[in-house]
Design a protein around this ligand. Structure first.
Ligand code: HEM
Length: 441
């Protein structure tokens, strides 16, 4: 294999996944024992360590998969292999910079981008390199683009735009006006997630069309309708992030309708694809198929949760509780990470078709992943419901008493989280082996 940059991204992604879930496990232990590691990495640092590392897994894996698909499967010659290498090196060094920024307490960034804002500059340069390489490679060689090329291109462009937007708060024009500041900040986060969803959902459609060996699947009316819904959602679907801010109610209703419809259409696409597959096709990429079906189930579960808590009257009670965490982890693990694991299984079966090593670990890991994720998610919901009840319906109960009453729920979060970590590490190590082997040959 000549150009191995895609492998570097995928290997980096799997390492980030392993490290990221370990940070998550330590954070969940701090729910039970608040003093645990407090001197070295308190919860307010452990959380950004966890969130930034798992978000890096999503970004690196999506990027590595796209580089791999266009060069190795579509056989296109990359506009510049050097640019791709620089892209990887920049992301790697910035990742180290972010860890140093957390360790030294330079966390003047906001929410999900808590690191020192100056580090956004190299991240932006990396995305621009990716964009130039992607468009120069595809535009020259492909006509009549299937939907996934549109989705990936759109994801890259909007990612650059929204990363800039998420940092507008550094200017006094935004920073000095609370409503303007919060509106732009939360709008940008919603759209930022919408941009990586474009990359990940594009990968899901790519995988479906390759497993079915049917390119027409990525050119039909339904998938383009889905693309335009996703694009509208990316641009306007952030309203549910800004319930606190005064705005016209119709904006929320439209945003809400679009984001829910997007998921309904994706469930429909995966369901129809599943029904159309022969047993042989299912078997040929067995694990990629299974993970895509699992993602479909999680889209359905998250749709129900989101339908409920996006209703303003209910959102009032869920805001600031673990119900929101269940939503973000339910979507990033159940949908994003699951589709990306399908992608890495697909890639590994392409580079090493005799990939039958450790089927035992894969099967057990897969079942543990599905089972523990479901119970982990339910435990987060229970924690959220209990806290919401305390906030709005109970009287004369101290915060510390409420925390004590959550003790067993926190234990459940830790135990199921531990199961999830074991499952993810088993799957990631099995996948790392053939990737590292190919990198070294
Ligand atoms: C691929 C795996 C994972 C992904 C993508 C992921 C993603 C996330 C995200 C996006 C958040 C921010 C939530 C929010 O602000 O609403 C979060 C928070 C958190 N995650 Fe995870 N997570 C993963 C695995 C885990 C695991 C395995 C555990 C525990 C064993 C865990 C424990 C936590 C904790 C304790 C928080 C902090 C919640 C709070 O603010 O109270 N995560 N995770």
């Amino acid at each position: 294999m000549k150009n191995k940059t895609s492998l570097l991204f995928l290997i980096g992604a799997l390492f980030a996944l392993i490290v990221g879930v370990l940070f998550g496990l330590l954070a969940s232990l701090q729910y039970i024992i608040p003093e645990f590691l407090k001197e070295y990495i308190p919860f307010n640092k452990m959380r950004p360590f966890h969130v930034t590392t798992v978000v890096s897994w999503i970004i690196l894996c999506a990027t590595g998969s796209i580089y791999f698909f266009i060069t190795r499967i579509e056989g296109l010659k990359l506009f510049s292999a050097k640019l791709a290498k620089f892209h990887f090196i920049i992301f790697l060094l910035t990742g180290l910079g972010i860890y140093i920024s957390f360790l030294t307490g330079k966390m003047e960034g906001r929410e999900y981008l808590a690191y020192s804002p100056i580090l956004t500059i190299p991240i932006l340069i990396g995305w621009i390199f990716f964009g130039v390489n992607y468009f120069k490679t595809i535009a020259k060689n492909v006509s009549n683009w299937p939907v996934y090329y549109w989705m990936w291109g759109t994801g890259i462009v909007f990612m650059i735009y929204h990363l800039c937007e998420a940092h507008l708060w550094v200017f006094p024009y935004f920073k000095d006006y609370v409503v303007r500041d919060i509106s732009v900040q939360w709008k940008s986060y919603g759209s930022f997630v919408g941009s990586w969803n474009m990359l990940v959902y594009g990968i899901a459609i790519y995988l479906m069309s390759k497993i079915k060996s049917d390119n027409s699947l990525a050119r039909g009316k339904t998938v383009f309708f889905f693309y335009f819904l996703g694009l509208t959602n990316l641009m306007f679907g952030w309203a549910h992030h800004t319930y606190l801010i005064p705005m016209q109610p119709w904006i929320r209703y439209v945003a809400y309708g679009i984001s829910m419809t997007e998921w309904v259409v994706l469930i429909h696409i995966i369901y129809c694809w599943k029904k159309s597959l022969s047993n042989e096709e299912k078997q040929s990429y067995c694990m990629a198929y299974k993970f895509l079906i699992t993602a479909d189930f999680w889209i359905f579960l998250n749709l129900i949760l989101a339908l409920l808590f996006s209703i303003p009257a209910i959102n009032f009670f869920t805001h600031g509780t673990h119900i929101t965490v269940a939503h973000s982890m339910g979507t990033t693990i159940g949908i994003n990470a699951t589709i990306l694991l399908a992608s890495v299984f697909f890639i590994v079966s392409k580079i090493d078709p005799k990939f039958n090593i450790n089927q035992f670990l894969i099967k057990k890991g897969y079942f543990l992943f599905k089972g523990s994720l479901l119970f982990f998610w339910c435990s987060l919901l229970i924690a959220g419901i209990k806290k919401s009840y305390w906030m709005y319906f109970s009287e004369n109960i101290l915060f510390s008493e409420m925390q004590d009453s959550l003790y067993f729920v926190y234990i459940a979060i830790f135990i199921f989280g531990f199961g999830l970590v074991i499952a993810i590490i088993s799957l990631a190590t099995v996948l790392l082996k053939p990737l590292l082997k190919t990198l070294n040959t």
